[in-house]
Design a protein around this ligand. Structure first.
Ligand code: PEP
Ligand code: CO
Length: 468
């Protein structure tokens, strides 16, 4: 597979844009939270603007080239991680386990799709969460008490008390520090051979033997893991001992760019390149709730040079999508814009095709990805938020079919997952039921695929999209 970098078109900074112009749009769409202490906000912003960047512009440009290749069907993007990272989860084990599951899934996809895979974590900055309501009301001592909602560890704290819920700008500095620690560990793991295929537990797929999977699925897994093992053995026989020897293990970060004060403070010009880069992450994305054309998020992200993602939900209309694309990528630059469709299993077959058709007819260069998580949330009769593995798989498979039908390219997938053995989503080969959810439910936000469910989904996706 040729993997030549594309030529690098320069993202022209739009006229009238600066890293601050989003501040003028705050009245168009009210920001969900406000910092009451302006002096503390100013000092946190100043501090963040002085601190060194978390990522570099050349890494960002490399990712943009990868995205451009994925748009042409020559590469695939695997994006995944927690719904909300938590500062107190910045510990070696969960980070290493998340990295491991993403590497394993990427190998399954490299093998099944016969193309290189770029891994993008929802890591090192996924600390801010949009909420459906800016406030939350609970009964305290028999009295209703209304406080700001919890917007993630970058903004406020989860405890239901006034002091915890008032947005605290110092948490942006803490978030930055934890992102830096996370990234430092990931970079060291990858440099130190963490992706070494000789790692004894790396290919232990024995859990599939215990899983309550159908005989047909089991046969598929066995067949795939056998051919995968053969492929790895072949590479090793060629003398390419480690994954990074055969295809360098690049790793990129991403997060929802919800808190524009944080994004702005890390946005700067760099020597020998034009434009402004948001150096808090490689690939920021705009959430489904914040993509209003006249809102502050579109204003901020239209001006930066990074590739930018935007979630596309079931209410999106074809004309509106073209307007959004033109706002965020007026130069129609390949690799610049990632559309992450999140329709829900029940709506994708009707909702996605008109959008694919319109973007194709209007010849806009975008990378289509799918997030089969956020349209598939349900709540159990006991009030626990969950997602069903079969709905996730169904959205994924229908999305593949829609792209086949429209002759467009699905260039990546976006999952909420963890490398831990949590019980947050139901279903999958390991047979997690609603009754099991209470066993190890850790997420404070949306339910994530656990280790087995994630790997299983990678196998099933490879099966669906793979070269047969
Ligand atoms: C998310 O990705 O965690 C999220 C909130 O998604 P969306 O904006 O698609 O609802
Ligand atoms: Co989520």
């Amino acid at each position: 597979m040729t993997d030549k970098p594309t030529t690098t078109p320069i993202h022209a900074q739009p006229k009238g844009w600066s890293p601050q112009t989003w501040l003028d749009r705050q009245s168009a769409v009210e920001l969900q939270f406000r910092y009451p202490d302006e002096r503390a906000l100013e000092s946190a912003r100043t501090r963040l603007a002085q601190l060194p960047p978390l990522v570099t512009s050349w890494e960002i440009e490399k990712l943009r080239e990868h995205i451009a290749l994925a748009q042409q069907g020559k590469r695939f993007i695997l994006q995944g991680g927690d719904c909300a990272e938590m500062l107190d989860q910045c510990r070696s084990e969960p980070i290493a386990n998340k990295l491991k599951i993403l590497l394993q899934m990427s190998l399954v996809l490299i093998h099944g799709l016969r193309m290189p895979v770029t891994r993008v974590g929802r890591f090192a900055g996924q600390y801010a969460k949009p909420r459906s309501s800016p406030t939350e009301t609970k009964e305290i001592d028999g009295q209703p008490c209304t406080l700001p909602s919890y917007f993630g560890d970058l903004v406020n704290r989860i405890e239901f008390s006034e002091s915890a819920r008032i947005p605290d700008p110092n948490l942006m500095v803490e978030g930055y520090q934890h992102a830096a620690m996370t990234l430092n560990f990931i970079r060291s793991l990858l440099d130190g051979g963490f992706a070494d295929l000789h790692h004894p537990e790396y290919w232990d797929l024995s859990f599939f033997n215990n899983a309550s999977v159908s005989p047909q699925r089991r046969a598929q897994y066995e067949n795939m893991s056998r051919t995968l093992a053969d492929g790895i053995a072949f590479m090793q026989n060629l003398g390419e001992q480690r994954l990074e020897d055969s295809s360098r293990v690049d790793f990129y970060t991403s997060h929802e760019g919800l808190n524009l004060y944080y994004e702005q403070a890390q946005t700067r010009t760099v020597p020998r390149r034009s434009g402004h880069y948001d150096l808090s992450t490689h690939l920021p994305w705009i959430g489904e709730r914040n993509r209003q054309l006249d809102g502050p998020h579109i204003e901020f992200f239209r001006g930066i040079s990074n590739p930018v993602g935007v979630k596309v939900g079931p209410t999106m209309q074809p004309d509106e999508l073209i307007q959004l694309i033109d706002a965020l990528n007026p130069g129609n630059i390949p690799g610049k814009l990632v559309l992450i469709a999140r329709m829900g299993a029940a709506k994708v077959a009707d909702g996605l095709p008109p959008l694919l058709e319109k973007v194709k007819t209007e010849d806009r260069h975008v990378l289509w990805m799918t997030d089969p998580m956020h349209g598939n949330g349900t709540t159990t009769s006991g009030g626990i938020k969950t997602r069903n593995f079969d709905d996730i798989l169904s959205e994924l498979e229908t999305t593949v079919d829609c792209h086949d039908e429209a002759e467009t390219i699905l260039g990546g997938v976006h999952f909420e997952l963890t490398g831990e053995d949590v019980t947050e989503c139901v279903g999958g080969g390991s047979g997690i039921t609603e009754d099991d959810l209470c066993k190890n439910y850790v997420s404070l936000c949306d339910p994530r695929l656990n280790y087995q469910q994630s790997l299983e989904l990678a196998f099933l996706l490879a099966q669906k999209m793979g070269v047969h």
